[in-house]
Design a protein around this ligand. Structure first.
Ligand code: CU
Length: 116
């Protein structure tokens, strides 16, 4: 009976050890976690506001339309096309490249977005 108790105790200890090892391995190392930054781009008075100059791939772009007209943030090569009702905001995830951006409804509204 004592022998059986010792075996069970040993199994419990092994189980406990493996559980804590799993928990430790699922915690990502701090160095691999990179902050996802948010860049706000304001559309106002029929113009795209200043484009952020420090956007990295994976960052969030938040497009905000302050006008009383509907606008869009549309990439000329087609990689994104975001409709923005008056007063609306929408988010997209930046991908690397240089993008000619325009508004579908007012094609004279243009901007250049650079993502590193
Ligand atoms: Cu527009």
């Amino acid at each position: 009976m004592l022998r059986m108790t010792m075996v069970l105790l040993g199994m419990l200890l092994l189980a406990g050890g493996s559980v804590s090892a799993v928990a430790a391995s699922t915690t990502p190392p701090a160095a691999t976690v990179q902050a996802q930054r948010v860049h706000v781009i304001v559309i106002d008075k029929m113009q795209f506001g200043p484009m952020p100059t420090d956007v990295r791939a994976g960052d969030i772009l938040e497009w905000t339309n302050k006008d009383i007209l509907e606008h869009s943030a549309t990439a000329r090569e087609g990689s994104f096309d975001i409709d923005l009702k008056p007063g609306a905001s929408a988010r997209s995830v930046a991908t690397a490249g240089t993008f000619a951006v325009f508004c579908k409804f007012h094609p004279t509204m243009t901007a250049t977005l650079v993502v590193k």
